[in-house]
Design a protein around this ligand. Structure first.
Ligand SMILES: [Zn+2]
Length: 301
């Protein structure tokens, strides 16, 4: 059954253009204000960053003793308390095969969050594009016109965010942007150079068989676009910050389960500003040693 979030007008401004804001939220409603939040540090954008929720339809399916359904239920109040201006779920929203029942549970769990802020969902290799599209009756506006890909743009005065689609085959590890999406991205970046850009993509960008297979072509493309400052990704269920070819690489932790005891389960409270982003880990299981630690990242000029 289609699921449409509805929420009231908001207390704070978010997207610089309310008209555009209405159209590209992956789910949820729209804000009416055209103002940009401003605090002591200047304008900023606060986002809750989630990845790899792996929500099952049966509420009990999990991995390594973790219950992803229970994990997401647990962090929803934390996310609400942070009062983010938006939420990004960076792929592998569903348990394994992107079944309709998975998305029904996911959307029910996220409903309290979606009532307060737009929730943007990218796709991973455990999602199903068709089932996802049927579960979310999202307006399409700034949903980008890339054939058979779910690509979103989030506009803000301090940062422009592009949520890419690396889902190639459901429930198989490797990912691919594909030539059409890469060509679209090259064109988009060429015509949107006035502020920093952060890319979100589900897959890891290394050289393993289960990574983003066209990662080298992506980096080749980005050599011409120095305003792309960061790439956020998931897939490995690891929390790390590195750099590659001058671009900040942020591996978001999983919400659902980890693969190794040394990795945290959690989400990231992000505050984007003019010159970078502050990332605070909100870990609730696994290795929680870095819970509450803030990692400031400054964009390279
Ligand atoms: Zn995953």
């Amino acid at each position: 059954m289609p699921f449409l979030f509805h929420r009231p007008m908001h207390r704070r401004g978010f997207i610089e253009s309310a008209a555009l804001g209405c159209t590209f939220a992956a789910l949820a409603g729209c804000r009416s204000s055209t103002s940009t939040p401003r605090d002591a540090h200047g304008p900023s954008l606060r986002l809750a960053l989630l990845s790899d929720t792996h929500i099952p339809g049966d509420r009990i399916n999990g991995h390594r003793g973790f219950n992803p359904w229970e994990n997401l239920r647990r962090i929803v109040p934390e996310v609400l308390q942070a009062k983010p201006e938006g939420v990004i779920l960076n792929g592998d929203a569903a348990r394994l095969e992107g079944l309709p029942g998975d998305y029904a549970e996911l959307l029910q769990l996220l409903a309290p969050v979606a009532a307060e802020a737009p929730v943007y969902i990218g796709l991973g290799n455990h999602d199903d594009r068709k089932n996802f599209g049927q579960a979310l009756t999202a307006p399409s506006g700034l949903r980008q016109a890339v054939k058979e890909k779910h690509v979103l743009v989030i506009e803000h005065t301090v940062i422009r965010i592009v949520v890419l689609d690396s889902l190639q085959f459901v429930n198989k590890a490797p990912g691919l942007l594909g030539k059409e999406q890469r060509s679209w991205l090259a064109g988009f970046l060429s015509t949107h150079r006035d502020r920093p850009v952060a890319l979100f993509v589900h897959h890891t960008l290394d050289d393993n068989d289960g990574d983003l297979l066209d990662a080298p072509r992506l980096f080749e493309l980005l050599r011409h676009h120095h305003h792309v400052k960061a790439i956020f990704y998931g897939h490995s269920h690891v929390w790390s910050r590195t750099r590659r070819e001058g671009i900040h690489m942020v591996n978001l932790p999983a919400v659902g389960y980890n693969f190794r005891d040394l990795d945290p389960l959690g989400w990231v409270d992000a505050r984007f500003h003019d010159t970078g982003v502050d990332l605070t880990l909100r870990a609730f299981a696994g290795n929680v040693a870095d819970h509450g630690k803030t990692h400031p990242i400054l964009w390279a000029s």
